[in-house]
Design a protein around this ligand. Structure first.
Ligand code: NDP
Length: 309
């Protein structure tokens, strides 16, 4: 059995930043890097909106740098994921995917969220070559191009509106005959002449020689009216929701109806003292690296206070 004062679970901007702050506070944190070291950012290409890089930075380089900074202050990185936790006992109990058991006086959960995909094999095929689940991250590469956004919720409307500021044309592909988004977001979409909503439409696949050049769509109205057609596009954005990676903790922690961990007001405190949630696992709204990093810093500062008591 191994023990640490502070265990950080997750290696995105929230986890690594928590480690920098905790390391500088001499807490010698242990950080579980999980299945995707570096987190969601590592599936994008360039990051242009992280402060400090006026010319943008490669996403992997950015995460590597934050990781090195955390290591410099004494974080022990483990290339493992956590498979089981017990928040009933003190210190808390954690089991890793290699079978090793750890106890921790305090835990920062920074396990992130995963964008939902339609499940088409073409999404994998064209990942980073026309397929994206983050308009804020990748929209800039589609200036004056034609893109499609899938989804009918607030995220889809927000992403479509954002992309309309860059692209020459945005199709919003909605499977139902109506949008689920809030009225204000719907109005923004309907009033934007660059956005065309394709209701009752589903995506069957994507095509293209060098990256995405179009989507195979099907319009369905009832059982008799079905029409398949191809829509030329340069970019295909998924906005059908995110699921927070919070399942391991939900027996103990309060979440919202979508599984995002609820924290106390503006702080990363969960309903279990000594357990903090930082980054996208507790953020259904902003989902930005810089915001995740900031919440990781807050979590480490709160953990330091808790451990000193
Ligand atoms: P939602 O779950 O609200 O919407 C998901 C959308 O994707 C729905 O239109 C859904 O269709 C569609 N969808 C889901 N699966 C598929 C599929 N397989 N094929 C096609 N379409 C699919 O997720 P959001 O990310 O939009 O929002 C999450 C939460 O965050 C919401 O509470 C939202 O209000 C909030 N939010 C708030 C914002 C703001 O206030 N500015 C900005 C962004 C999000 P269907 O309707 O048919 O189920």
């Amino acid at each position: 059995m191994n023990h640490t004062k502070l265990l950080i679970i997750g290696s995105g901007p929230a986890g690594y930043t928590a480690a920098i702050y905790a390391g500088r506070a001499n807490l010698n944190p242990v950080l579980l890097e999980g299945f995707q070291p570096g987190g969601q950012l590592t599936i994008t290409t360039e990051v242009e909106n992280f402060p400090g890089w006026p010319d943008g930075v490669d996403a992997n380089e950015l995460m590597d740098n934050i990781r090195k900074q955390a290591e410099r202050f004494g974080t022990q990185m483990l290339p493992n994921a956590c498979t089981k936790v017990n928040l009933d006992i003190r210190p808390f109990g954690v089991t890793l995917d290699d079978g090793n058991e750890w106890t921790a006086d305090s835990i920062i959960i920074a396990t992130g969220a995963s964008a939902k995909y339609l499940g088409l094999s073409d999404e994998q095929k064209y990942m980073g070559q026309g397929v994206s689940a983050c308009a804020t991250c990748d929209g800039f590469f589609y200036r004056k191009k034609v893109v499609a956004v899938v989804g009918g919720g607030d995220t889809a409307c927000e992403e479509a509106s954002y992309l309309a500021g860059l692209a020459s044309k945005v199709y919003l592909i909605v499977r139902k005959p109506f949008l689920r988004a809030s009225k204000i977001m719907q109005e923004r979409v309907f009033n934007n002449e660059k956005i065309e909503v394709l209701f009752e439409t589903n995506t069957l696949g994507l095509y293209g020689e060098n990256g995405v050049e179009g989507a195979h769509l099907v319009f369905r109205k009832g059982e008799s009216d079905e029409r398949k057609y191809d829509l030329p596009i340069d970019g295909f954005f998924l906005a059908i929701g995110h699921h927070p990676n919070s399942e391991l903790f939900t027996p103990w922690l309060k979440t919202d109806e979508n599984g995002f961990i609820l924290t106390e007001g503006d702080s990363p405190k969960t309903n279990v003292p000594g357990v903090y949630a930082a980054g996208d696992v507790a953020d259904p709204k902003y989902r930005q690296a810089v915001i995740a990093a900031a919440s990781g810093a807050k979590a480490a500062m709160e953990a330091e206070k808790y451990l000193a008591q």
